[in-house]
Ligand binder design. Structure first.
Ligand SMILES: NC(=O)c1ccc[n+]([C@@H]2O[C@H](COP(=O)([O-])OP(=O)(O)OC[C@H]3O[C@@H](n4cnc5c(N)ncnc54)[C@H](O)[C@@H]3O)[C@@H](O)[C@H]2O)c1
Length: 285
């Protein structure tokens, strides 16, 4: 197990904050420099299917000790198939819109494994319809899950990292729609939630760096999941792809996994507050 410790403590910085020791993320002298999640315990919200499940698979393939899916729905066949290959992939029923539920899940992870090293705030939803049609309850639902859910998951995980003296890593799933409109499936409120997710990482990264906690986001383009099943069925899909300007296909969720692994690993010790767009060169939208 990696040390739950205060090595690399910068004494001067520690003096300025008595609530917790300053944890430098500088790797120890004997750090292996291999990009790996060996000995790491990672919790991923919404990993029963889709992008979360893809991230889980790549974390497990890169030697994570335990990966937990914190999801609202019961696991299905895809989850069971991955769990058969990796019995250290587990499910904790969690509603990320409830702080109580998230806190219980994180405590469960720590009781079972003695630690938690990474939190991926990935659970999210969308709703596509013309901007003129949106009603307040629809916006509230999107913001409650995508923004409030991600914020409180990060806050609860960060409190646990600080309590345990662990230099934890938080990664949030934003979206390319946080940068620009998605012409194939427009949703102004969804884009706003994802911009909020991407933006909050900057300040969380700044505030929590003194605790050795890093916070980053990833912005996927089109990924083949239940959320996007319909985009390829659009009659003008082929034409859209012709003018796409990038890779004319949807991504397999696992194609995002390497970036999550990197950000969750100790190899990214000087990487915080950034977003990694993974979108096959989204072009002429
Ligand atoms: N699919 C894409 O092309 C795409 C692109 C950019 C960003 N994203 C983002 O990636 C993330 C995952 O999307 P996906 O395509 O895999 O979607 P998905 O619908 O396939 O999976 C979402 C998962 O989140 C879970 N979930 C929903 N509400 C929850 C709650 N309250 N508590 C806990 N879990 C909950 C669902 O049960 C499901 O397992 C989302 O944040 C989405 O906005 C997706």
């Amino acid at each position: 197990m990696p040390p739950v410790a205060t090595e690399n403590v910068a004494p001067d910085a520690a003096k300025s904050d008595t609530s917790a020791p300053y944890l430098s993320t500088l790797p120890a002298n004997d750090f292996s420099w291999q990009i790996t999640l060996a000995e790491k315990v990672v919790a991923i919200t919404g990993a029963n299917r889709g992008i979360g499940l893809g991230i889980a698979e790549v974390c497990l393939a890169n030697l994570a000790t335990n990966v937990y899916s914190l999801d609202l729905m019961e696991p299905g066949e895809e989850f069971a198939t991955l769990q058969k290959r990796y019995p250290n992939f587990q499910f904790i029923q969690t509603d990320v819109t409830s702080e109580e539920s998230v806190e219980k899940a994180i405590n469960h992870v720590v009781e079972a494994t003695g630690r938690i090293d990474g939190l991926v705030a990935n659970a999210g939803m969308t709703k596509h319809q013309p901007a003129l049609k949106f009603e307040r309850p629809e916006l509230e639902q999107l913001f409650n899950l995508n923004v409030f859910g991600a914020y409180f998951c990060a806050q609860i995980a960060a409190r646990k990292f600080i309590e345990l003296g662990i230099k934890g890593s938080i990664v949030m799933t934003s979206s390319m729609t946080s940068y620009r409109p998605n012409r194939a499936a427009p949703s102004a409120p969804y884009g706003a939630t994802k911009a909020a997710v991407r933006n909050m990482c900057h300040t969380l990264a700044m505030e929590w760096s003194k605790h050795g906690i890093r916070v980053n986001s990833i912005s996927p383009g089109f990924v083949r999941t239940a959320m996007t099943y319909y985009v390829e069925t659009a009659p003008d899909w082929d034409l859209k792809m012709q003018y796409y300007g990038g890779m004319p296909r949807l991504a397999d969720p696992r194609e995002l996994g390497g970036a999550y692994v990197y950000l969750l690993s100790d190899s990214s010790s000087y990487t915080s507050g950034i977003d990694i767009p993974i979108a096959g060169i989204v072009g002429a939208w």
